[in-house]
Design a protein around this ligand. Structure first.
Ligand code: UGA
Length: 405
């Protein structure tokens, strides 16, 4: 099948590569010539495990372009452009621009919105532009994007049945359950899912706070015990320094603002956001308790991205923690397996990072940090992600673990 994909960010580039791998001929468009240039020459502008290989493998099925005219004969065009926030509310400018450009060359195609948009957006655009709109929200995670696209838990499609079925056919290869519904339900499912996941994280983080006050308590075991209950499930119960990234924080703000306009106060979601904002302050408090003050402390921070396997620093709690530590007068050096940030002091090789360090703080859940378990570390270590074995350290403090009075 000939398919168009507009927007070569995480969602667009992975969608294009996976659909090409399924034998479809893909026209992949972005308005940024530099991005297109890189993609055409096999230099993937984002860090996503496996993406480069998939793009190179399917070179002949993938045509990268900046020219909307290339979409004129296509029957199905995915739109996967960014939907950032403006003053806490969703900014649909890029979606509108993309759809206006698509319609200017082709108003017969089914336009499939993959971007996260507030409920009602698809229907509004359909009326305004007189174009067939189907909503097909994306649930992939950065760092795991290809596997999530090939083996998703579900496919959600919103729109008129005739068009929705055509989009469903594209995803049949995944063998995932396909739910065809209204556009509004599809759009809502995306926000409700992200908000629920963020709430799940904040919930376990609040239990972690409590565990720190109870002798013999450990959030890891509490989460494990809870997770055996199939109604709760074991996933997304990992306590840490909070959620970040390009999706949860922005989607939660947009959802709260959207609901407010409808006269609804999303109390639970607001609480989840509140708990999340407090996470890095808790690390500051642990340090203050342990060392009396933070000013002048030499800290080695492990990780700067919002989670492992990514170079994405958007809304990264680790990055926010770094700035908060600096604000409190600490001297911070960061080690991260792939990332560096201008203005931040990075240490390139973990083996050489430990000189003159007073305390180590784990801020991102990179599996590479496990290596430190065998380095006979004698200085205090604060595990903000609970990825290390406490037994391997002389002075281990883990969030969500009893830490004395
Ligand atoms: C998230 C959703 O998981 C995807 O389903 C969704 O498609 C995507 O947003 C999106 O809307 O585009 P992503 O932001 O890539 O995906 O990352 P996650 O793996 O969900 O992690 C988000 C944050 O939560 C990270 O900072 C991670 O460290 C944190 N987290 C995750 C925890 O603190 N504990 C957990 O148990 C899980």
């Amino acid at each position: 099948m000939n398919i168009g994909v507009v927007g070569m960010g995480f969602v667009g580039s992975v969608t294009a590569a996976v659909l090409a791998d399924q034998g479809n001929a893909i026209i992949a468009l972005d308005i940024d010539p530099e991005k297109i240039e890189k993609l055409s020459s096999g230099n993937i502008p984002i860090f996503e495990p496996g993406l480069k290989e998939l793009v190179l493998k399917n070179k002949k099925n993938l045509k990268f372009t900046t020219d909307y005219k290339m979409l004129k004969d296509l029957g199905i065009i995915f739109v996967a452009v960014a939907t950032p926030n403006l003053n806490g509310k969703i900014d649909l400018e890029y979606v509108y621009k993309a759809i206006r450009s698509v319609v200017s060359v082709n108003n017969d195609a089914i336009v499939v919105i993959k971007s996260t948009v507030i409920p009602g957006t698809g229907s509004k655009i359909e009326n305004e532009f007189n174009v067939k709109i189907v909503s097909n929200p994306e649930f992939l995670r950065e760092g795991n994007a290809i596997d999530d696209t090939v083996h998703p838990d579900r496919i959600i499609i919103g729109g008129e049945e005739e068009y929705a079925e055509k989009v469903a056919n594209i995803w049949k290869f995944t063998h995932a359950p396909i739910l065809i519904t209204t556009r509004e339900n599809a759009e809502l499912i995306k926000y409700a899912s992200n908000s629920f996941l963020a709430t799940k994280i904040s919930f376990i983080n609040e239990i972690a706070n409590l565990c720190e006050k109870i002798p013999n308590a450990d959030v890891e075991t509490v989460a494990k015990g809870m997770g055996y209950d199939r109604r709760i499930g074991p996933l997304f119960l990992k306590a840490g320094i909070g959620y970040g990234g390009s999706c949860f924080p922005k989607d939660i703000d947009a959802f709260i603002a959207y609901a407010r306009e409808l006269g609804e106060d999303m109390r639970i979601i607001k609480a989840a956001k509140n708990v999340n904002e407090d996470r890095i302050v808790r690390i500051i408090n642990i340090l203050k308790k342990k060392f009396g003050k933070i000013k002048g402390l030499n800290i080695l921070q492990l990780g700067i991205s919002f989670k492992e396997n990514t170079n994405d620093l958007r809304e990264s709690q680790a990055l926010k923690l770094y700035y908060l530590l600096i604000k409190n007068g600490a001297n911070v050096t960061v080690f991260d397996p792939i990332n560096s940030v201008k203005g931040i002091n990075f240490c390139k090789n973990l083996d050489n990072c430990l000189n003159d360090v007073d305390v180590i703080v784990v801020a991102t859940e990179w599996p590479d940090f496990k290596k430190i378990e065998n380095m006979h570390i004698k200085i205090p270590l604060i595990d903000g992600r609970r990825i290390l074995d406490p037994e391997k350290f002389e002075k281990y403090v883990g969030i969500g673990r009893y830490c004395g009075d």
